[in-house]
Design a protein around this ligand. Structure first.
Ligand SMILES: Cc1cc2nc3c(=O)[nH]c(=O)nc-3n(C[C@H](O)[C@H](O)[C@H](O)COP(=O)(O)OP(=O)(O)OC[C@H]3O[C@@H](n4cnc5c(N)ncnc54)[C@H](O)[C@@H]3O)c2cc1C
Length: 507
C-alpha cells in the first residue's frame, strides 16, 4: 500500500486546484478519478472531427488583471508554472439576452453595461447604475470577508463590509426591486440567472453579485481548444510538482482508523493518506463512502437538509449553417418571457420554454473543420422530469432544436451531427446527485457561513468543489480548491497562503 500526504477524490476543477497547490507546497498528492479523463463538468469529448465541451463554456477569473483578488484561475495556473501553456479568449459582450421585441448585448465593464442597458430604459438609468455599483461593492467586500472575519468582531465587520452584511440574507429579486421598477429591465438585468440555477426570487444576491461582477469586471473567457484543455493544463501543473493522477479509479470507500482519515479503497486496492479531499458529491462521500456514524448527528442532519441544484439538458450540434450571417454571439440566453419566475416554474415542470445557445467556434474556429460550427443548446431541468431519460431524450432534443430554430432559421436542415446529454448523462459522468449542475443551490441560506465548509468535523477530511464553500461554477470551485488547500496546510488567512505558495521555488 503506497502512502501519500493527500489523496483527492475526483478531478473536477475544484479537486485539481487543491491537488496542484498542495503538490506545489511540497505534499505528496494522488488524485483518483473514476472517468477516463480529468475535468468533471469541464471535460470535453471528440466526435468525428468535432471537439465539444460537455458542459462548461464560459468562465471568469482567468485574467492577469481584475478586481481585487478576482483572477483566481490565473493565479493558480501561475503558481503551478503552467499559465503560459493555455490561452483564454476574452468574450465581450459576455452574453446576449434575447426576449420578444428586445435583443440586448451585455458588455463587460460596469460603465458599458449601465450605458447599454440604460439606453434601452432611460428612465431607470440611475437605479440601474446604483444596483450595478452595489453588486460591485458586494463582490469586492466578499474578496476580503474571510480575512476580516478571522481577525475582527462582528461590529467591526459591519463597518468594514457594510453592503455584504446588509444584504447577506437577501435574494436578487429583493434587492433589484429596491432600484428598478420596470419588469422588463428587472428581467433583462437577471438574464444570466441560469448560470446559478435559481430564479431571482431564490438566488443569493451576494452570490449573484460575485458571478455578475466576475464576468463584467474580471472578464469572461473561453478556453482556446475547449475546457478540457484547462483540466489537462491543471493536470500538467500537478505533474510538474510531482503530483500523481490515476484515471478509471473510482473510490469506493474512504478508510477511517481511530476516528480519523486513513486512506481510500479503489476496486480492492488501498492507498494510505492522513488527508482526503473529496471533490465528489458530499452527501455521497459522507453517507456511502464513509458512513454517517463517523460524524456528529447534527452535521448529518444539516447535510440531509441541504437542497441541491437542478441538472441541465444539453444538445451538442455540428452545423454548416453560417452563424456569422445570423449574427449569433458566443452565448445567447433566449427567453419567451421577461418573468424568470415563470421561466423557472416551467423548467421545474420539465417544459422547454427557454434555452441558452453557445457557439464556441465563433471565437475558436479550430474546434470544427473550416466552414462548420459547433453549437451547444442548454436548459436547466430536474432529474425527475422524466422517468426514463433514455426514452425521453429524443423528445427533449427535438423540442430544444425547434426552439433554437426560432433564433437560427434553417438550423434543422443543416445538422451534420447531433447528440443529447440528459440529467442522467450529467450524473453518469460526474456522479453528482441527480446530475446537479452546481452542487447545492446558492440560495441565501446555503451560501457564506451556512454552506458546508471546506473542512469537515472528521479529522483529515476536507472538501473542494461545488458542494462546499463558496459554491458552484468554475470560478467558485477554483476558490474552493484554494480554500481546501489552505485549510489542509492550517493557514488562517488567504494572503498568507498565497505568500507561502509564491515563495516556493524562488531563490
Ligand atoms: C452542462 C453544464 C454546463 C455548465 N456550464 C458552466 C459554465 O459555462 N461556466 C461555469 O462556471 N460553470 C458551468 N457549469 C457548472 C460547473 O461546471 C460546475 O459547478 C463545476 O465544474 C464543478 O466542479 P467540481 O470541482 O465541483 O467537480 P465536478 O465537475 O462535479 O467533477 C467531480 C469529479 O469527481 C469525480 N468523482 C466523483 N465521485 C468519484 C469517486 N467516487 N471516485 C473517483 N472520482 C470521482 C467525477 O468523475 C468528476 O470528474 C456547468 C454545469 C453543467 C452541468
Amino acid at each position: 500500500m503506497k502512502d501519500y500526504d493527500v489523496i483527492v477524490v475526483g478531478s473536477g476543477i475544484g479537486g485539481l486546484t487543491a491537488a496542484g497547490l498542495l503538490a506545489k507546497s511540497g505534499k505528496s498528492v494522488l488524485v483518483l478519478e473514476s472517468h477516463d479523463r480529468p475535468g468533471g463538468y469541464a471535460h470535453g469529448f471528440k466526435r468525428k472531427k468535432y471537439r465539444f465541451d460537455s458542459g462548461v463554456h464560459l468562465i471568469s477569473g482567468c485574467g492577469p488583471d481584475g478586481y481585487r483578488g478576482g483572477q483566481i484561475i490565473y493565479k493558480v495556473l501561475q503558481a503551478l508554472d503552467v499559465e503560459h501553456c493555455i490561452e483564454f479568449i476574452n468574450i465581450d459582450p459576455f452574453s446576449h439576452a434575447r426576449y420578444p421585441g428586445l435583443d440586448a448585448a451585455l458588455p463587460q465593464s460596469v460603465e458599458a453595461f449601465c450605458e447599454r442597458l440604460g439606453r434601452l430604459f432611460p428612465e431607470e438609468r440611475q437605479g440601474l447604475r446604483d444596483l450595478t455599483r452595489l453588486c460591485l461593492q458586494v463582490a469586492e467586500e466578499i474578496t476580503v470577508a474571510d480575512e476580516i472575519m478571522a481577525c475582527t468582531n462582528f461590529a467591526e465587520a459591519h463597518r468594514l463590509m457594510p453592503a455584504l452584511c446588509k444584504y447577506r440574507k437577501a435574494t436578487l429579486a429583493e434587492v433589484a426591486r429596491e432600484f428598478i421598477i420596470n419588469p422588463k429591465l428587472l428581467g433583462l438585468f437577471a438574464s444570466n440567472w441560469p448560470y446559478l440555477g435559481l430564479p431571482p426570487s431564490e438566488v443569493s444576491f451576494v452570490y449573484w453579485s460575485t458571478m455578475l461582477i466576475g464576468y463584467m469586471v474580471d472578464g469572461a473567457y473561453y478556453c482556446k481548444g475547449g475546457f478540457q484543455h484547462l483540466a489537462d493544463t491543471l493536470v500538467d501543473g500537478l505533474a510538474r510538482h510531482d503530483g500523481e493522477i490515476r484515471f478509471k479509479a473510482p473510490v469506493d470507500k474512504i478508510l477511517i482508523e481511530k476516528g480519523r482519515i486513513a486512506g481510500v479503497e479503489v476496486k480492492n486496492e488501498k492507498f494510505a493518506a492522513p488527508v482526503v479531499i473529496a471533490n465528489a458529491d458530499i452527501r455521497h462521500t459522507i453517507c456511502e463512502m464513509i458512513g454517517e456514524e463517523h460524524f456528529p448527528p447534527r452535521y448529518i442532519q444539516r447535510i440531509k437538509k441541504m437542497q441541491h441544484s437542478l441538472s441541465i439538458f444539453a444538445v451538442y450540434i455540428a452545423t454548416d449553417i453560417d452563424l456569422i450571417e445570423h449574427k449569433l454571439a458566443h452565448e445567447s440566453f433566449c427567453f419567451q418571457d421577461f418573468d424568470h419566475e415563470k421561466n423557472f416554474a416551467a423548467t421545474c415542470n420539465g417544459e422547454i420554454t427557454w434555452l441558452s445557445i453557445t457557439a464556441p467556434t465563433l471565437v475558436d474556429p479550430n474546434l470544427a473543420p473550416p466552414g462548420q460550427h459547433l453549437l451547444m443548446l442548454t436548459t436547466l431541468l430536474p432529474y425527475q422530469a422524466a422517468e426514463s431519460w433514455q426514452q425521453a431524450k429524443p423528445g427533449y432534443m427535438d423540442a430544444m432544436l425547434k426552439l433554437a430554430g426560432k433564433y437560427i432559421p434553417g438550423l434543422e436542415d443543416h445538422i451534420l451531427f447531433i447528440e443529447g446529454g440528459s440529467p442522467a448523462t450529467m450524473r453518469r459522468y460526474t456522479q453528482n446527485f441527480q446530475g446537479a449542475a452546481y452542487g447545492w443551490d446558492v440560495s441565501p441560506s446555503q451560501v457564506g457561513p451556512t454552506r458546508i465548509p471546506n473542512q469537515s468535523p472528521l479529522p483529515g477530511l476536507y472538501f473542494a468543489g461545488h458542494w462546499t464553500s463558496p459554491g458552484g461554477g468554475v470560478y467558485g470551485v477554483s476558490v474552493s480548491g484554494v480554500q481546501a488547500a489552505q485549510k489542509v496546510l492550517g493557514i488562517r488567512q488567504q494572503a498568507e497562503f498565497w505568500r507561502l505558495i509564491e515563495s516556493i521555488g524562488q531563490a
